[in-house]
Design a protein around this ligand. Sequence first.
Ligand code: URA
Length: 228
Amino acid sequence: MSKAQIESQIGNVKLSPARISECLERVAGHRLEGFLGGYGKFPGSLMMVGEAPGANEIEKGIPFCGQAGKVLDGYFEALNITRNDLYITSAVRSRPYKDKIIQGKHHAERSSRSNRTPTSYEVFAFAPILDAEIEAVQPRIIITLGNIALQRLLGKGHQVSNVHGQAYRSRIQQVDADHMDQGYHWSDQEYWIFPMYHPAAVLYNRSLTDVIANDLVILRKCIDEIQE
Ligand code: URA
């Protein structure tokens, strides 16, 4: 991506274009496209971390503006907040994709592009960006959406199916952007982490609707208690 393209999608925490370029260089040659910055209120008490942008998000330059975003709007309604009340970002900032060749009966061979889950390396490669956003936002509560965001912050041993709907006071995984070879280390600062299912999960598993509704009631109470 050119410097101008990066700068147009930098998000409203003004990240260093050089840092962004470094992250993109780390994943050069991977099946990733575009770049999307985080958006919302900062400094601010609430931060939401998703997985990675999809095709709609990269095209429009807005986080969670596709199908999962519609479900996420339902989360906001249940919490009685709007997108302007929090900062929204994701673990990976480019769209991970895969291409499939489709051999049509009635049309010529064509290729179809779909989203894929980012690899652990890709999450790590973008880690300096999320770290910088957390530093700028200084959230009281970080809501993780799905396993990728949860494991990025709390480590590989966690599964959203086991820990959703509860607040955890914890250090989080961070990197030293100038010494990426050292891998993750634990932050000095502790944060409240509230793991939730990713809104896309309900599109595949409708039975999660009630579970998520219940988690949102608990989250609303946590926001009231922690923000006091
Ligand atoms: N999933 C994410 O994690 N982020 C988006 O912006 C869209 C879908």
